[in-house]
Design a protein around this ligand. Structure first.
Ligand code: NAD
Length: 474
């Protein structure tokens, strides 16, 4: 094991204010709900106090978005594109600041915030900026129209990236937005609000309302919202689908997952091990498309497990602000309790639990990388989304059995296939009921590529040309 000297990123690059208001009509204003604190999950230190938007505040935000819709939707696409390009460039210029703030508020390793989240955030704005003046060539008719005001609610696992997935296509198509970030990670959305001002975006085009579930419900149920875009749990997605049914609102739901990462006996084992680690331990497993079920062909199961354990013993868990860190903090005490509960159930149901020796910091919310073997299809850890650094390993003998096991889930967001045979990749991809199938890689994202689920993973696509459809009246 190599010894690494600490390589801490400086938190001085970001100026965190003691308190934040709501961003409505281009101004920061007080909320009328009870303010709440957002904390650093790695230290439990309160970072700032944040306003909570009541129904009346959400109404003000929707009215501002409605007013701005007239100006924004009438603007030529080439003009809207200039604003989006400007936002993308400012994100790049301020990316270190944004990455540090994301890590402090979320608990993810700075290396991931810096090298994955932020480049993708900027890329999304650049990509959709490019579409703004070409909507007539996107395959939705010669002059597709925007929908109006989009109410958008996002989760805490990729706070700024989920914001980019929502706001960039909405604005490119000529809609205006009211976005609610998750209550445990509101800070980068509020810094993004500052960036909107810096970019001289017309007031009301983007409104950010912070708060918990009730604020989210007020956004999606507001009668003057034309489009609802939600990313979060299947449970809340179901509530939203029920509450907006019959309202005429267009809806996209990006929900949970329980992806199978399938390794065949001819796969390059070391490469597969890297993909398995990336698939489930990236972002502490707080990834909707995480490869949380490892399906390994029986003949190589032992060899692969040994390599995987060797690799996991070398992951560094700890201070997310240290550039050497591989595994950061669990986002909240509630999420940690859920990961612990499901892992305890895994053991109680008879699966064998293993974690490498690693010392957890005393303060903050931490969970070691964990692998369960001897897992049966009926075990909760093979069925429920843990949304943490917990891998359930199962085996299979034939490709048909792999497909059957992989599809044996109410979810259908993603899957991974590891094999040297191209024909087998295509055969598998045809049969896997998953929105994305990665071959000999995992968790690869690109703004040009559509992403979304089947079954209880939701409906609608984000990203790529397909992502425009959700924000156009087609
Ligand atoms: P969550 O559903 O609890 O919360 C998501 C957001 O919804 C938060 O902003 C929350 O405040 C808000 N909310 C809660 N109750 C609401 C209500 N009744 N009406 C409207 N809004 C409400 O989910 P979470 O715990 O924040 O996120 C984790 C989940 O998100 C996981 O299940 C994960 O798989 C999923 N996720 C999916 C994708 C995807 O693209 N499919 C991406 C990231 C996360």
């Amino acid at each position: 094991m190599f010894e690494y000297a600490p390589a801490p990123e400086s938190r001085d690059v970001v100026d965190i204010k003691p308190s934040y208001g709501l961003f409505i009509d281009g101004e920061f204003v007080d909320g009328t709900g009870a303010p709440f604190k957002t904390i650093n999950p790695a230290t439990e230190e309160a970072l700032a106090e944040v306003a909570a938007a009541s129904q009346a505040d959400v109404d003000r935000a929707v009215q501002a978005a409605r007013k701005a819709f007239g100006v924004w939707s009438a603007m030529p696409g080439s003009e809207r594109a200039k604003y989006l390009f400007r936002i993308a460039r400012i994100i790049q210029e301020r990316s270190r600041e944004l990455a540090v703030l994301e890590t402090l508020d979320n608990g993810k390793p700075i290396r991931e915030a810096r090298d994955v989240d932020l480049p993708l955030v900027a890329a999304h704005f650049f990509y959709y900026a490019g579409w703004a003046d070409k909507l007539g060539y996107a395959g939705y008719g010669p002059d597709p129209k925007p929908l109006g005001v989009a109410g958008q609610v996002i989760p805490w696992n990729f706070p700024l990236l989920m914001l980019a997935w929502k706001i960039a296509p909405a604005l490119a198509c000529g809609n205006t937005v009211v976005l609610k970030p998750a209550e445990t990670t509101p800070l980068t959305a509020l810094l993004f609000a500052e960036i909107c001002r810096q970019a001289d975006l017309p007031p009301g085009v983007v409104n950010i309302v912070t708060g918990a579930g009730e604020t989210g419900a007020a956004v999606v149920n507001h009668p003057d919202v034309n489009k609802v875009a939600f990313t979060g749990s299947t449970e809340v997605g179901r509530l939203i689908a029920r509450s907006v049914a019959g309202s005429g609102k267009k809806v996209t739901l990006e929900l949970g997952g329980k992806a199978a990462n399938i390794v065949f006996d001819d796969a390059a084992i070391d490469q597969a091990v890297e993909g398995i680690v990336d698939g489930i331990f990236f972002n502490q497993g707080h990834v909707c498309c995480a490869g949380s079920r490892l399906l390994v062909q029986e003949s190589i199961a032992e060899e692969l497990l040994e390599s995987l354990k060797r690799r996991l013993a070398r992951l560094r868990l700890g201070d997310p602000m240290d550039k050497n860190t591989d595994i950061g903090a669990i986002n909240s005490a509630e999420q940690l309790a859920r990961v612990r509960e499901l892992s305890d159930i895994g053991e109680a149901e008879g699966a064998e639990r293993w974690s490498p020796a690693c010392t957890l910091p005393e303060r903050g919310f931490w969970f070691p990388p964990t692998v369960f073997t001897g897992v049966a299809q009926s075990h909760r850890i093979a069925r429920d989304e843990v949304f943490g650094p917990v891998l359930a390993m199962l085996t299979f003998r034939t490709p048909a059995e792999a497909v059957e096991k992989a599809n044996n889930t109410p979810y259908g967001l993603s899957a991974g296939v590891w094999t040297e045979k191209g024909s087998r990749i295509l055969w598998m991809a045809d049969r896997l009921r998953a929105g994305v199938v990665w071959a000999n890689t995992f968790n690869k994202f690109d703004p040009t590529s559509p992403f979304g689920g089947y079954k209880e993973s939701g409906y609608g696509r984000e990203g790529g040309r397909h992502g425009l459809e959700a924000y156009l009246d087609v």
